[in-house]
Write a new protein. Structure first.
Length: 745
């Protein structure tokens, strides 16, 4: 009996349970739409903007004892940048609190979405949540315990120039939002991309793991950060502090520390301007440091930042030069200054390199006002020249070499505005240069070895060689001194087999410099000179055409622009030129006289001496009339040659000599013709046009008038140069046998 009663009771229990389960399922199905509508309505009731989606449904059992509302293609907010755009959301809700009228969201799971944190017209995209609780008794009290995000991008834009994309692979935000206070524990694996702020644009993505606690009070705008940690392969960084949002600014108070920072890895996230200076270097070592950020942040204000960083047992590899600094210890101290305090931004770099790993080096660099930096530098030891590139001197880049510094001191030097004159006035040094190679304003400069001594605004130099592009001056000695905004110089050396001496001044060093100088050149080879200076940017007579030993006496005025480029059409020069044992070869312009002279003679002309004066002004070379005795023919010539290669030359040929020369055999010995300018018939030619297209015209009156005009110019140049260099040096007259014979009438 008992057994039968037990079986009967068990059957009744099973049936009852099934009836209750079926009834529960029926109720749940019946209540699903009502609960979902109630939940979504409750959420919508706490929003000031729209909640949209493609479809939604309830999953009762996957998260039991909780249920889940599945929403596909969710849009929260409106406009082009809603708070949430697209993706799928699972809202996991606890059942028991739900029965009491409370929505306790144990988890909000967002996948494949885009979150916009944007500010537009003074309003943030997250400000769609009402600041006051709903007053209706029928409304649910909503709380969120955990937010899980996968494969979602957070886009931030404050509308004031700062924006970034944070691509979240997976992340958890544990906590809740109650009474408009969001309190979260954060654990995110993400990658920061496309960061733009204060003129900085991020080039490479910054992957990291981000953990810590974040509290945001929407009522007061206060954000609190506690034990925030950012870790990736390049750095471990932690932060604590607060940020308070006000209508037109933020108040920031943050403490930041970092350790195990790898300079070489961090280099790729430096600003592009700094990256350009560092791209040719490999950095190694390990850096630790700390920073403090405090104060107002707005479009007009920047918070005060101070920091200290150290690099231990580091080094720099100069990749292009195959040089290396080892055993380097650095300490960097930075302060951003502030308008209220009246302090400008400043930094100090203290470094020391052990002598056990190459030449010792130690020094101190202080930088004031990093926007327009002013440098105070003290150095002692062996300095690789490439390290100076990090100062960022405009137009200058060192390729290789080193300075052995007995002492170097430079005070209050501004790289952007200070000139070489300022360097001399504010510097003090004694240096030996070794195999220096650099580029300055696109000019290649090299100094194999030499000594420099700077003191009292005067630089004494003695260099084995100084190379400027193709030109090479050996045994260069002399001095350069500075007074206010002016340089004075006196230099001599060996150039193109001859001796060169120059002295003069450079004025207006800080604006548009102007060089005024005198030059004495003795025994220089004109062919090498033309080669060294790229034919002075002209193509009429080049190093392929002319050679001979040359003496030059000249005074010059050469103006430069702000970047030290010569303003060519403003160059002025007066000079006396003496060429001996010369050769004029392959000058096509003369070959057009092959009608009168043997062509082979014209292709290789020898002359024993050529003396004349010359003037450069307004972009034109003025050549006074002179007589040329050569192996091919004798002629008188004067003319003008503009820098744009336009020419105007006047020529007179002794017709009697020309005819007799043509009738004779070709002069293979290249003997000089008898030095007569005139005869019973002369030929007169005007050459004009361009060097590429010379036009010839017989025009006697024009040639004679041109000669008379240039004779006056010649006499004026002779007087000026005699006054400058002396009678014995440059007072030249033509020999008697070159004088004109009265022309046949």
């Amino acid at each position: 009996m008992n057994r039968e009663k037990f079986i009967t009771a068990f059957k009744i229990s099973i049936i009852t349970f099934l009836i209750l389960a079926i009834s529960m399922l029926a109720v749940m199905r019946w209540k699903s739409d009502m609960i979902m509508d109630k939940v979504l309505a409750s959420v919508q009731d706490q929003l000031t903007d729209s909640l949209r989606y493609s479809e939604a449904g309830i999953d009762w059992f996957s998260h039991f004892p909780s249920t889940a509302i599945q929403i596909n293609n969710l849009f929260l907010g409106s406009g082009k940048s809603p708070l949430i755009a697209g993706g799928d959301v699972a809202i996991v809700i606890r059942l028991i609190p739900l029965l009491k009228g409370n929505i306790v969201i144990s988890q909000l799971h967002l996948v494949n979405s885009t979150i916009h944190i944007h500010q537009h017209d003074g309003k943030w995209s997250y400000e769609i949540i009402k600041k006051s609780e709903a007053s209706s008794d029928e409304s649910f009290n909503t709380r969120i315990n955990e937010l899980v995000i996968e494969n979602t991008t957070l886009k931030y834009n404050d509308g004031k120039g700062t924006k970034f994309d944070l691509r979240i692979k997976d992340g958890k935000f544990k906590g809740d939002m109650e009474k408009n206070i969001l309190d979260l524990d954060i654990d995110i694996n993400s990658s920061l991309t496309e960061l733009v702020m204060d003129g900085y644009r991020q080039v490479e993505p910054f992957p990291s793991r981000f953990t810590g606690q974040y509290v945001f009070d929407m009522n007061s705008g206060r954000q609190s950060f506690t034990n925030l940690n950012i870790e990736n392969e390049a750095i471990q960084l932690s932060a604590n502090g607060t940020v308070i949002r006000e209508p037109d600014h933020e108040m920031v108070d943050m403490d930041i520390q970092w350790k195990k920072a790898n300079p070489e890895m961090l280099k790729k996230w430096l600003p592009e301007k700094i990256m350009a200076d560092w791209k040719n270097y490999t950095l190694y070592g390990e850096s630790d440091g700390e920073a403090k950020i405090q104060g107002k942040s707005s479009t007009k204000d920047t918070p005060h930042i101070s920091s200290t960083a150290t690099l231990r047992n580091g080094g720099i590899d100069f990749m292009a030069e195959k040089e290396e600094i080892k055993g380097l210890n650095l300490e960097v101290i930075y302060d951003s200054g502030g308008r209220k305090s009246g302090r400008k931004s400043n930094a100090e770099i203290i470094f020391k390199k052990s002598s056990m790993l190459g030449g010792a080096l130690e020094g101190n660099i202080k930088i004031e006002n990093l926007d327009k930096p002013t440098f105070d530098i003290n150095l002692t030891g062996s300095l690789p020249a490439g390290l100076l590139n990090l100062i960022g001197i405009p137009g200058m880049h060192f390729e290789k070499g080193s300075f052995d510094i007995d002492h170097f001191e430079l005070n209050r030097f501004q790289t952007e505005t200070s000139s070489f004159s300022t360097f001399l006035q504010r510097g003090k040094t004694s240096v030996t240069v070794k195999n220096i190679s650099l580029t300055y304003l696109n000019n290649a400069i090299a100094m194999p070895r030499g000594d420099l001594h700077l003191e009292g605004s005067k630089l004494n130099l003695s260099l084995d060689a100084f190379n400027w592009n193709k030109a090479s001056v050996t045994d260069l000695k002399g001095w350069v001194s500075s007074k206010e905004n002016e340089l004075q110089f006196n230099l001599d050396g060996i150039l193109c087999e001859g001796k060169i001496e120059t002295k003069g001044t450079v004025t207006s060093m800080n604006q548009r410099p102007v060089s005024n100088a005198t030059w004495k050149v003795k025994g220089i080879e004109i062919k090498q000179l033309l080669e060294s200076f790229s034919n002075f940017d002209q193509t009429f007579i080049t190093a392929e055409n002319l050679k001979g030993k040359t003496n030059i006496w000249a005074e010059s005025t050469i103006p430069f622009d702000e970047k030290w480029n010569i303003i060519t059409n403003k160059v002025m020069m007066k000079s006396a030129i003496d060429i001996t044992d010369g050769q004029l070869k392959g000058l096509k312009t003369l070959e057009d006289f092959g009608t009168y002279v043997h062509l082979n003679d014209l292709r290789d002309i020898r002359f024993n001496q050529l003396r004349n004066y010359m003037k450069i002004e307004n972009g034109t070379v003025y050549l006074p009339v002179m007589f040329i005795q050569s192996s091919a023919l004798n002629l008188s010539i004067s003319g003008e040659h503009r820098f744009n290669q336009e020419i105007l030359y006047y020529l007179k040929l002794n017709a009697g000599q020309v005819v007799s020369t043509k009738l004779k055999k070709n002069d293979v010995r290249k003997d000089f013709k008898q030095a007569r300018k005139s005869g019973w018939i002369n030929m007169y030619y005007v050459l004009e046009g361009t060097t590429a297209n010379v036009k010839y015209q017989q025009y006697r009156n024009a040639v004679i008038a041109g000669f008379e005009q240039s004779s006056a110019l010649k006499e004026n140049l002779r007087k000026d140069l005699v006054t400058k260099f002396g009678y014995d040096e440059v007072y030249w007259i033509e020999p008697n046998e070159w004088e004109d014979i009265p022309e046949y009438e």
